[in-house]
Design a protein around this ligand. Sequence first.
Ligand SMILES: [Fe+2]
Length: 650
Amino acid sequence: MESFGNDVQATLDAAESGEAPNSQYMEVTWQSYWNDSLLSLSIRVLGWTSDLIDYAVYHYDFETGQRPDNLGLLDRFHVDEGDFIAALRRGAARQFDSHYAPWGTGGLSPEDENYGGIAIDLAALRAWTVAEENFSLDLAMFCPNGVGPFPAFQPVASIAGGSGWYYEPVLVEPGPGDWADGGPQSEDAFVSAWLTDDGVSVSFSKSQSRDFPDSETYRRAYGFAYDTEYPVAGCYGDYQDIFVSASGQDFCPYVFLLTTDGTVEYIDIFGGLWHGCLCSGGPLYGFRDIVGFESGVYEDGFGGGYETVYAVDKNGRKYDMPACITAQGNAMPSYAAGKWCANVYHSVASGASYEGVYYLSIHENGLVEINDVIVSIDAPLQIAGYCTYLGTTELGMVYQFGLYSGDQLREGTFALDLYNTDYGEMTITPISGVNLFDAPGGGYGFRFFDVDGRTIEISADVATRAHRRIEEREAIPVRLSHVVLNSPDLNRTRDWYERHLGFRLSDTLSSHRVGEVMHFMRISDQHHSMALAKGPHTSLHHISFEMRGLDEYMRGSGRVLRAGHRKIWGPGRHMAGDNTFTYFLDPHGNTVEYTTELELLDEDTWHPHVYDFSEPEVSDQWGTANPMNELVAKESFNDPDRGCFVAPPV
Ligand SMILES: [Fe+2]
């Protein structure tokens, strides 16, 4: 009553004396709710000069004489705070969707030419409606209503009005939804999805190897696990049915959800999984009176066609859903389009942070350009490319991006949160992949030339790339093991690396005929991270990739052989370092090695050996490799390095 009491009294006084009301309110109404000794009032006021509607709530316990706060109210009705906020968010989304999902703006049709732009603007308003900052128990206004749902009043975004949002009545139903005991489900090939207690879940099963699509191919590409439940974020609707179907030339499965209002929501399964945020794209605007879904072929009118999925309305009309998803996905909200100045705080692993200032240009067709205001010498940030809308969660609109910096592709996902303020503000939250505003990998670094003119870069705090777990026997290298460099003056190069970079000698290969040919150098207890080879010129000898154990080393070697690449030497096990080896030529003529079980040594007691490599067991303990001869050795001389004393671009 503190909020409105004086105005109400003034209005009543004015009405009684026949004067014009001096209140700013035209109409005040209220609703009362009794729960034993607790009285809750919701008060609705209609503005005098505009159509602005405002709400307030008031609670009073006649037994205790206390006014309980929101937390006290939830405790009294045994409702968990998290459950309440989740239900409040669902209520707000459903209120927004009840206005816009069937009609869009002005009777939007899926066949309209400007469908994508209108749909993405509505998606942005909906994202604001469910955004994190609009939901807290302190801000919430609600009235307990016995054992039933809670009537509440919550900001809901609107296309009309100056503020861009209005308080609206929202029904809050905390606790399990309709499908707590199992809901409708649907599947296509190895993908299945079902309605759950509070939304949707997806899972994958292993298909027979000869089936199309083959589940293994897609598991490797998208990194999912079999028979694991993946819950989908951002499912706020009241759903009655679910349909899984793929579209396009590749197998690209979507979930389609039919709401109790006859509207449609969609989920891009692989798009979401691959980009680390499996979430609902929200309503397909302008789809109304839908009664079901069906798969079909979209005829392009030129004799071609592609797999697609239709929503069917009550009159039997069909609408191509993937076409609408693509149109919407490739657009940027008009609220976000324009030029922005971004202040970005970068934190690095050591706990320090620095601030970067960037110009950000966002175009309505999804093109995004980012430029450093002060272009730094080490990492000039000039990147551009396209962003695609994936869905909405409480973090905002989830976009995947593929942006180019020079010829380097940077991929990832962020959430875009557009605040509806006079000044215009947005928050970008990185979700996966590279950070949009960081140089590749981030961190610090500097470069210099070694004694032979190789460019050496020292770096720190570089990000670890997001990666999936490698399955047992998958035979994919797990890291770089070592590099071997050709040098025309072996001991000058060795001396330089020992003196300036702290390398230590582990072992040497030598023979009476040609003298020293290779020094194995370490910077840790790993037998060698680098080796120096006697060569006719400065060049790369080989790079070696570490496999996870003997089985995966052999499987990997076999895979490269079967792919038709030329094996130079191996398989075998060296004496120096005790590691296994198989050497191949890459398409550019560089030598690459698969290795495993490289020796870890005790640095306190280690004394370097000089091995005579003319004894066969020094090079090849097992005796399984083809004999080493001059022709084999020459492959590793490589071409002279044309980059000596020329730094490559950063
Ligand atoms: Fe090697």
